[in-house]
Design a binder for this molecule. Structure first.
Ligand code: SF4
Length: 54
């Protein structure tokens, strides 16, 4: 599943736009809401805050 580093996240919303099933915004940061993978968001994040974990 995906993981967001909330220290790095700048709240741009790109990951939510690309994969709304996987990410949602919470307190202006992205948060993971399902175990569905989303490589597009990982590649698109401008600050590399998204990683894939087991
Ligand atoms: Fe945060 Fe990256 Fe998602 Fe933008 S794409 S909201 S910086 S995790």
């Amino acid at each position: 599943m995906m993981k967001v580093d909330k220290e790095k996240c700048i709240g741009c919303g790109a990951c939510v736009s690309l994969c709304p099933d996987t990410f949602a915004m919470k307190n202006s940061k992205a948060t993971v809401i399902s175990e569905k993978d989303c490589d597009e968001a990982m590649n698109a994040c401008p600050v590399a805050a998204i990683e894939q974990v087991e």
